[in-house]
Structures are given as C-alpha cells and as structure tokens.
Design a protein around this ligand. Structure first.
Ligand code: MN
Length: 134
C-alpha cells in the first residue's frame, strides 16, 4: 500500500461538516489537503498544481461531480489524476455512474471515520499495482 505521508488530497465537497470530517481524518493519516466546494474551485486549484488524489462529491451545486470528472478525464493534463467518488450509501446507481464517468473507485457517505483512510489507501494501492509501479 502506498505511503500517504505528504501526499496531497484535493477534497471536493460542498457540505462543510463532511468537509471538516474528511479533512481531519486525512490529515491524521498523513495527507496534506486542499479543499474545493464547486467545480469552478476545483479547476482553479488544478491550475496551480495537481493533487495525488481527488475525492469527488457527486452532488455539488452547479456542475455535478461526475460531469466534472468526465471533463478532467478528457483533458490530457488531468486525465491520470486518481479520482475517488464520494457516493451516497443509498444510491447504488451512483457507483456505476461514477465508474462510467472515469472515477477510479468510490467511498460511500456518510464516511466511516475509522475506515476512511484505509479505504482510500486500498483504492490507491490497487491503482498503483495496476500501473506496474514497484
Ligand atoms: Mn454534496
């Protein structure tokens, strides 16, 4: 499993409570974090630098997370950035739609604070080994 120490996670989430919770859990796990609440904020962040992973809420005000994901996948600069969808537990369709949009995995909300970092590490580890990196 890749070591999260110092990795930059961009958290895309419009709910302030969820944002705080994820930020706290990821920082405790050793990630650096950046925040965005809308698709526009994501694009502004990405112009400055690319994160190691994007945690993408599906339901956002304005452009939704899956439309944004499709756009990021279509752009050569952001096509390879790992994107993990945050889907509502009750919305099983969201998981299929997230995969179709180009997400690398999904984590259901409400997040389980004890397992969240482990879930993320498992998704990133799978990507890492798929890419054939040591
Ligand atoms: Mn939302």
């Amino acid at each position: 499993m890749p070591d999260p120490a110092g990795r930059l996670a961009l958290i895309v989430e419009d709910n302030p409570d969820n944002m705080l919770l994820m930020k706290d859990v990821l920082r405790r796990a050793g990630y650096r974090t950046e925040e965005a609440r809308t698709a526009r904020e994501v694009e502004e962040r990405l112009q400055a630098s690319l994160p190691d992973v994007i945690l993408m809420d599906i339901q956002l005000p304005g452009e939704d997370g899956l439309t944004l994901t499709r756009r990021l996948r279509a752009d050569a600069r952001t096509a390879e950035v790992p994107i993990v969808a945050l889907t509502a537990y009750a919305m099983a369709d969201d998981q299929v739609r997230a995969q179709d949009a180009g997400c690398d995995g999904y984590i259901t909300k409400p997040i389980d604070t004890r397992n969240f970092a482990g879930q993320l590490a498992a998704i990133l580890g799978r990507l890492h080994s798929k890419a054939g990196a040591p």
